[in-house]
Write a protein that binds this ligand. Structure first.
Ligand SMILES: [Fe+2]
Length: 456
């Protein structure tokens, strides 16, 4: 029996294996690129180390590709055949992995919550719970679980800043911007390597419309993040959102070309960031050229995966935006089959939320704007189950507003834009669009007042 860096028991007789796992967790939490090889090294020291096997399964799951599922099943089969010795914490990790691979994200989260009740210093369980609570859109759960363990951590516990960064993000998604920024800044100061903490503060600035501050906050050189994994593309995505809000479309496109699309390979393409950025630029009136082509090509290879509804939504968007409606339709058909036969959260969210959303996006991209409005309007405030952040899901509101304008439903557009400028008072493009719609409705005075906020 060995112990991890926070004093938790690890079923292995190899001190080196336990140390490698500590390094893997630290690297994973800081978005490095070495977690996989460190887990492999731990397994090289002790092939029967249950926690190392579980971590390998987790990291394979993070690839979000059904092609690797047989490898994960092999790991799980070893456990069910009475393979490695397991302590109670490790048994719960196996249970979480089993739930995750089945798409039963709620039960996976429950297993991590059970771990954290007894072992609040299990940083990997906390991070995975955080990630999957995020991908199930449950902000209050995000906050309650991190705050629930917070009392057991302090500045002397290794990884404390990572917990602070998670807490900052959870507070932000729950709308407590002041506290979120305080915790996020402290976390980033304590550990400048933690992209999640930096990202949490960027979210606060996004939600508060502090676009110029946001641009400065994310003013990092790409070299500084050379050793970071693909999550950095998401942080650059936030930087591009600040650019768009400032109407600096050139910088946003540059970020797309230099930092977003160049990072991911066809094996793990982060379609969500790229599709969401291109669509925002198109809604703003920017010609994005042939940038959808590769995204649609990669998305077409993933139409039967259904690992996260959030990813599926963006695969479908990329296919439809490129005009590949036949493949997009096959994608939705495949979602319907999965929703009928799958288990747990992923299948349920696919049925209730994802399919109607994708139908709406298809209609929108096909130029059937009134139909897109009819489909999106009733679900516009109910999209959380597909996962992602408030900032990410805001794209679908932007699509609805654009559909309302293009279908001539100006009163609908006016109300949506009124709501939007109340929520994002510094968003110049929103004020500008609001002014245009008011003017088209003949509300001249209000249009003039709105235009004064647009910076035009
Ligand atoms: Fe984000």
């Amino acid at each position: 029996m060995e112990y991890d860096i926070r004093g938790l028991e690890v079923s292995t007789s190899s001190k080196t294996a336990a140390q490698k796992l500590d390094l893997a967790v630290a690297d994973y939490l800081d978005y490095g690129t070495n977690a996989g090889s460190l887990v492999k090294e731990a397994l090289g020291e002790d092939a029967d180390c249950a926690l190392a096997q579980c971590y390998r399964g987790y990291l394979l799951m993070m690839l979000e590709n059904r092609a690797v599922f047989p490898k994960i099943q092999e790991i799980l089969d070893k456990f069910s055949e009475g393979g490695p010795d397991l302590n109670p914490r490790e048994r719960l990790h196996v249970k979480a992995l089993q739930g995750w691979v089945k798409g039963d994200l709620l039960n996976a989260c429950l297993a991590w919550e059970q771990i954290l009740e007894k072992y609040p210093l299990d940083l990997m369980a906390l991070k995975l719970h955080h990630t999957m609570a995020f991908y199930t859109g449950r902000s209050n759960v995000l906050r309650s679980v991190v705050s629930g363990v917070l009392g057991e951590w302090d500045g002397n516990t290794p990884g404390y800043s990572n917990v602070q960064g998670m807490y900052a993000y959870a507070l932000e998604e729950c709308g407590d911007y002041e506290q979120a920024e305080r915790w996020g800044r402290e976390a980033a100061e304590r550990n400048p390597e933690d992209l999640w903490a930096i990202h949490s503060v960027a979210h606060v600035m996004e939600m508060q419309g502090r676009t110029q501050e946001g641009t400065k906050w994310l003013d990092f050189s790409p070299e500084k993040w050379a050793s970071k994994n693909m999550f950095k593309a998401h942080v650059w995505w936030h930087a591009a959102l600040f650019n768009i809000a400032e109407r600096d479309y050139h910088s946003a496109i540059q970020l797309f070309d230099n930092e977003l699309s160049s990072i991911n390979s066809d094996k793990y393409i982060d379609v969500s960031n790229q599709a969401a950025l291109l669509k925002r630029l198109e809604i703003a009136g920017v010609d994005v050229g042939d940038r959808w082509d590769l995204l649609a090509e990669h998305s077409a290879t993933r139409i039967n995966d259904h690992i996260l509804p959030f990813r599926d939504a963006h695969f479908c968007l990329a296919l439809a935006a490129k005009g590949n409606f036949g493949v997009a339709r096959k994608h939705i058909d495949s979602m319907a089959v999965f929703a009928r036969s799958g288990e747990g959260w992923t299948a349920e969210a696919t049925k209730t939320t994802l399919i109607p959303l994708c139908e709406a996006m298809l209609a929108y991209e096909a130029g059937e704007y009134a139909k897109a409005c009819d489909l999106l309007w009733p679900i516009r405030n109910e999209l959380a189950p597909i996962g992602g952040s408030l900032a990410q899901r805001d794209l679908f509101t932007q699509i609805l507003i654009d559909a309302a304008v293009k279908s001539g439903r100006l009163a609908t557009a006016r109300n949506l834009l009124s709501e939007r400028v109340a929520r994002f008072p510094s968003s110049k493009p929103s004020w500008s669009q609001y002014a245009r719609v008011l003017s088209d409705l003949g509300e001249t005075q209000r249009a003039k007042r709105a235009a004064t906020h647009s910076g035009a």
